[in-house]
Design a protein around this ligand. Structure first.
Ligand code: ADP
Ligand code: MG
Length: 468
């Protein structure tokens, strides 16, 4: 079967599975639990049920596992296996604002997957985030202002590069820019995609010997928006292709917008030429949102979810989820599910209970090798070097940072960390003290791409650890 035919076939089966499930559990339960925020990924012998929070996942497992299993058997055959997963991004985090009838229309429109305009070579499949839904605070104000400027006057801040930790709103802003440009400049050819998608298109074009049309397509964009460009780090061939695309668009004065979890200078395996280009326009960092911003985000989200939460419970949630808006939204989804189930407003006791469950399900266990991997990637060294006897600063400094982070983020004892790096207990203790001093001084640290303030580097490493 051709890939397109496979895709159509899969959609058909997905539709059949949903229909069967609705038949079994009734339309009311189906609409309540499966209409929004749950996706089915089907293969010949497997169905993965993607849920937007651990809470939702546990609930669906408990209540509907048997029904999903039986429906899948009906559609795909007796050997099918069911598994549940929490999907990183809520499937339609913005769709909660839409009325249900509208959902159905959008769904079928999306399924037909026809580009709306011939010019739009990359048509996003789900409803994109809008700038007006973005809550602005000191943590993201600069990035938001730059994004607004690009949406209104493309070309003025070029390229625009947004960076910051996972779940802090970069994709939201990129999608907001796309929508603003679409509104303001309907005749422009806009492209919005991830660096990974760019790489996939490229390798497909290589395989199918259709590079000229691939190049034509990307190099004739008026505005190119590329998310998660840290994917390019370490992929030299794709970098080269991307650089040519970049240069060509730049020479025509076209607007580029890029986002990444890391500052481009922290890309340890990326050509200097590309890094220089990334840095040549406006580079803006999004920080973790401060308390007031988190409260405002939570309020708006709960309004969209039509969920009532007491002021005390709202404060409690906003205090708990500080690292990422995505995590905060996950928690709010759980509260909303709880309140739908119980039919009650969420008070402090309920919030405590729901979030305790959530935290238990979400605990991410970090181990010493995870720390080692993240540090090695950042400094461009290999684990054997960290474990070696070398006392060169380019090795001893990342080694000490790795020891410090291992102590902070794993439950390994000093002696265990020491053993891992071929050192003893007291070396780890002194490494920890040294790094604490460096953090106090905000010592500049040398990386392949130049020096870097330690505090920012630590934040970046810690974000990587959480995301790894
Ligand atoms: P990133 O791309 O930085 O990993 P996203 O843009 O995907 O993060 O954001 C994660 C979620 O948090 C999205 O649902 C997004 O809409 C929401 N979000 C992030 N920042 C804000 C904000 N300032 N105001 C409103 N929603 C936000
Ligand atoms: Mg993103």
């Amino acid at each position: 079967m051709q890939p397109d035919t496979v895709a159509v076939e899969r959609r058909r089966t997905d539709g059949a599975l949903r229909e069967e499930l609705q038949h079994r559990i009734g339309a009311a339960a189906f609409n309540n639990w499966f209409h929004d925020g749950v996706q089915f990924q089907l293969s010949a012998e497997r169905v993965v049920v993607g849920c937007n929070s651990p809470f939702m996942m546990n609930w669906l497992k408990k209540r509907f596992r048997a029904d999903i299993q039986e429906s899948a058997v009906c559609v795909l055959g007796a050997d099918v296996e069911i598994s549940f997963e929490v999907v990183a991004q809520p499937v339609s985090s913005h769709s909660a604002t839409r009325p249900k009838s509208d959902l159905a229309v959008t769904d079928s429109a999306e399924r037909s997957a026809k580009p709306r305009r011939k010019m739009s070579s990359q048509t996003p499949r789900r409803r994109l985030a809008d700038m007006v839904d973005f809550v602005v605070g000191p943590s993201n104000e600069l990035a938001w202002t730059a994004a607004q400027a690009v949406g209104a006057h493309p070309g003025r801040c070029n390229p625009l590069f947004l960076h910051g930790g996972v779940g802090l709103g970069k994709t939201h802003l990129l999608e907001g820019i796309y929508r603003a440009l679409r509104r303001n400049f309907p005749a422009c050819q806009l492209m919005l995609l991830t660096a990974e998608e760019f790489a996939n298109h490229f390798t497909k074009a290589m395989r199918e010997r259709s590079l000229p049309s691939f190049r034509h397509r990307f190099r004739s964009a008026d505005i190119l928006i590329v998310d998660d460009v840290d994917f390019l780090n370490g992929k030299m061939v794709i970098q080269e292709e991307f650089l040519h695309t970049f240069q060509q668009l730049e020479s025509y004065g076209r607007q580029l917008v890029l986002a990444s979890n890391q500052h481009p200078r922290l890309f340890s395996r990326c050509s200097d030429e590309l890094i220089t280009r990334f840095l040549s326009g406006g580079v803006y960092r999004i920080e973790r949102p401060e308390f007031d911003t988190r409260i405002e985000i939570a309020k708006r989200k709960l309004k969209r979810l039509e969920t009532e939460v007491t002021r005390e419970a709202l404060k409690f949630v906003a205090q708990r989820f500080v690292n990422s808006v995505r995590e905060l939204e996950g928690a709010l989804h759980s509260l909303s599910t709880y309140s739908q189930m119980t039919g009650q407003r969420v008070g402090m006791a309920a919030a405590q209970k729901v979030l305790a469950d959530l935290e238990r399900d979400c605990v991410k266990v970090v181990r010493v090798p995870d720390v080692e991997r993240v540090v090695c990637r950042m400094f461009g060294v290999v684990p054997e070097q960290l474990r070696s006897a070398s006392r060169q600063r380019t090795v001893s400094q990342p080694r000490m940072l790795a020891m410090f982070l291992a102590r902070k983020h794993t439950d390994a004892a000093y002696s265990e960390i020491g053993r891992h790096f071929g050192r003893n207990h007291s070396t780890v203790v002194s490494a920890q003290r040294r790094v604490e001093d460096w953090i106090q001084e905000d010592l500049p640290v040398r990386l392949a791409s130049g020096t870097w303030p330690l505090k920012e580097l630590m934040q970046s490493l810690e974000h990587e650890l959480r995301a790894s």
